[in-house]
Design a binder for this molecule. Structure first.
Ligand code: DC
Length: 225
C-alpha cells in the first residue's frame, strides 16, 4: 500500500476527466488534470510562435512562465502567466499541439516535479498518461481507462456537436489515432498501463458504473491498510 492518491491514466477520450472529477467529488479529494499543464504550455508556445520541436525553447518558456492549477468548488481552473486559459486550452489547435510539447523529456521532467508537489498531501485524483508509472508510482489505487477508438471519436463528436460546432467524425477519428500513436510511441514516459493498475474498458459502461468500480477498488485498497 502506498499513499492515498488515485492515479488514472489512459488514451485521449477514454473518459478520464469526467470519471476522475466524479471520483474526486465522491471521495472529497482534489482532482488534478495534468493534461491541462501540457495544453497550457502548448498554448503559450503557439502564442509566441515558439518552435514546438525545440526542447530548448520549450524548457526556456516553461521555466520563465507560471502555469498553475487552481481548485475550487466548481473544479479546476488553469492559469497561465496570470491569465485564466481554462477554456482556451480545449481548442482543436491546442489539442493537436499538446502531444508534440509533451514528447520532450526535459519538459516532462519539469511537469512531473510540479505534479508530485501537488500530490504531496496524498489526497488527489490525478489523471494523465504517466501518473501510475512515473508521477505517482506509490499511488494506492491505479486505474487504466480505455475505450475503442470508434467510441472515443463518437464521444468527442457529440461533445463538439453539443457546443454548437460542426465537427467531422472522420477527422476526429483520425486525430485520435494520431494522438494515440504519439502518446504510446514517444521515448519519454510513453502511455502504458502500470503493472499494478487495473484496466477498465469504458466502451460498454456508463460514467456512474465506472466511477462505482473505481471507488470500490479504492475502498478495498484503503481497507487493506
Ligand atoms: O489528457 P489531455 O488530452 O488533456 O492531454 C493533452 C496532451 O498532453 C496529450 O497529447 C497527452 C499529453 N499528456 C502527457 O503526455 N502526460 C500527461 N500526464 C498528461 C497529458
Amino acid at each position: 500500500m502506498g499513499d492515498y492518491n488515485i492515479a488514472i491514466d489512459g488514451p485521449a477520450g477514454a473518459g478520464k476527466s469526467s470519471v476522475a472529477q466524479q471520483v474526486a467529488k465522491s471521495l472529497h479529494m482534489t482532482y488534478v488534470d495534468t493534461g491541462a499543464m501540457y495544453r497550457a504550455l502548448a498554448l503559450l508556445a503557439l502564442e509566441i510562435q515558439c518552435d514546438l520541436e525545440s526542447e530548448e525553447q520549450l524548457v526556456q518558456l516553461l521555466t520563465a512562465s507560471t502555469i498553475t492549477l487552481k481548485h475550487d468548488e466548481h473544479g479546476q481552473r488553469v492559469i497561465a502567466n496570470g491569465k485564466d486559459v481554462t477554456e482556451e486550452i480545449r481548442s482543436q489547435l491546442v489539442s493537436r499541439h499538446a502531444s508534440t510539447v509533451a514528447k520532450h523529456p526535459r519538459v516532462r521532467q519539469l511537469m512531473v516535479e510540479k505534479q508530485r508537489e501537488m500530490a504531496r498531501d496524498g489526497h488527489v485524483v490525478m489523471d494523465g498518461r504517466d501518473i501510475g508509472t512515473r508521477v505517482l508510482p506509490n499511488a494506492c489505487c491505479k486505474i487504466f481507462l480505455t475505450a475503442s477508438v470508434e467510441e472515443r471519436a463518437r464521444r468527442r463528436y457529440e461533445q463538439l456537436l453539443a457546443k454548437g460546432e460542426k465537427p467531422s467524425y472522420q477527422e476526429i477519428y483520425q486525430e485520435i489515432q494520431v494522438r494515440d500513436q504519439r502518446d504510446r510511441e514517444r521515448a519519454a514516459s510513453p502511455l502504458i498501463q502500470a503493472d499494478d493498475a487495473i484496466l477498465i474498458d469504458t466502451t460498454a459502461f456508463t460514467l456512474e458504473e465506472v466511477v462505482s468500480q473505481i471507488i470500490a477498488h479504492y475502498q478495498q485498497k484503503v481497507g487493506q491498510e
